[in-house]
Design a binder for this molecule. Sequence first.
Ligand code: FES
Length: 102
Amino acid sequence: MFNLFKKKAKFYSAKILNNDKEFKVSKGKNLLAAALDDGINWPHKCRVGSCGSCKYKLIKGKISPDIDFGYVLSFDELNDGYALACQSSLKSDVEVEIELKK
Ligand code: FES
């Protein structure tokens, strides 16, 4: 009964482990958009899930894919935990790895 009054998180935290950066991802925003808004130089091109340039490795946490990543990522990449930032909605705080642009 008390769960009815439990507030849901308005944002989640995303931590880039191999670059020691952390930023907030508000509800309704994808991982790439939140990173770019925070000034993080996350690689990207199309922003619609077709080029694969925003690929990252999900180390910890839950996401909801906005599209089927299998159209862009290989079977091995999917099994290794890779996902597309421009098509990732967060369902929890996450920890990721990515090579950022200089
Ligand atoms: S920016 Fe092209 S797939 Fe994400």
